[in-house]
Design a protein around this ligand. Structure first.
Ligand SMILES: C[S@@+](CC[C@H](N)C(=O)[O-])C[C@H]1O[C@@H](n2cnc3c(N)ncnc32)[C@H](O)[C@@H]1O
Length: 235
């Protein structure tokens, strides 16, 4: 069961990524020229994707991976190239359509099954690793912790994901964003501290077998995001 706040936010994100920002998102995730500001975001996101992928085992042959909130599917395709059987899910049918158009043949033994729906759907089955790049950043702390708990109960290896760090600059940008007309606004990114999140994670029984294994911040112009790895078992 997901909370009413989680469901409401997921609905806003579906509208935003599926309609309001679908074209901008298609462009940002392609090789097409973008503004200087967006180029910094693209570079930051490329670096973040590389970081998260580098935290997974090098050989992913036969590993089942969930790309939770996969967008146009770049990370899923990379994981499949390394041999993984990826389930890539997003709540936006438009972005999944684009991901299916873009994928082409996957070199190697891996595969990607794209799905439209909620990343927390238990019918997706169990996984060796779960990746959620910039898809939990729009949810509030309690919903992130509950989502991680639901995902953790289905993962035998690790969950690698990102959160928006709480910094003075981000708080300022967040406040400035509120000056724009409501219709043009993206659903707010919810900045959280790693310490605050760690406290919430510690309160989730399903996450007790996991430890916070590492974190890494990427700051590239207008892109600022913290990568976190939750890993099952003791070091
Ligand atoms: C900022 S985009 C990132 C997409 C992709 N992970 C990437 O890094 O290119 C966030 C994505 O998460 C998806 N999303 C948000 N909440 C979701 C949920 N509960 N279930 C499935 N997808 C979700 C959105 O539709 C959107 O495509």
């Amino acid at each position: 069961m997901t909370s009413p706040t989680y469901a409401a936010r997921r609905g806003q994100l579906e509208t935003y990524f599926d309609r309001t920002a679908a074209d901008a998102w298609a462009r940002l995730t392609s090789d097409a020229p973008v503004s200087r500001i967006r180029a910094t975001v693209r570079a930051g996101r490329d670096a973040m994707r590389g970081t998260l992928l580098s935290w997974l085992p090098e050989d992913l042959s036969g590993a089942r991976i969930l790309d939770a909130g996969c967008g146009t599917g770049a990370l899923a395709v990379e994981a499949a190239r390394r041999g993984a059987e990826v389930v890539a899910i997003d709540v936006s049918p438009t972005l999944i359509g684009l991901a299916r158009e873009r994928i082409g043949p996957v070199a190697g033994r891996g595969s990607v099954a794209f799905r439209v729906g909620d990343m927390l759907d238990p019918d997706l089955g169990r996984f060796d690793h779960i990746v959620a790049m910039d898809s939990l950043i729009h949810y509030a702390g309690p919903d992130i912790a509950r989502a991680l708990a639901a995902l953790g109960s289905r993962t035998s290896g690790s969950i690698v994901f990102t959160v928006a760090p709480r910094t003075a600059l981000l708080t300022l940008m967040h406040a400035a964003g509120k000056l724009f007309p409501k219709a043009d606004r993206a659903p707010a990114i919810v900045p959280i501290t790693t310490r605050g999140l760690a406290r919430r994670i510690a309160r989730e029984p399903d996450l007790a077998p996991f430890r916070l294994a590492r974190t890494h911040r990427i700051n590239s112009g207008f892109y600022l995001s913290n990568a976190i790895e939750l890993k099952r078992g003791r070091p």
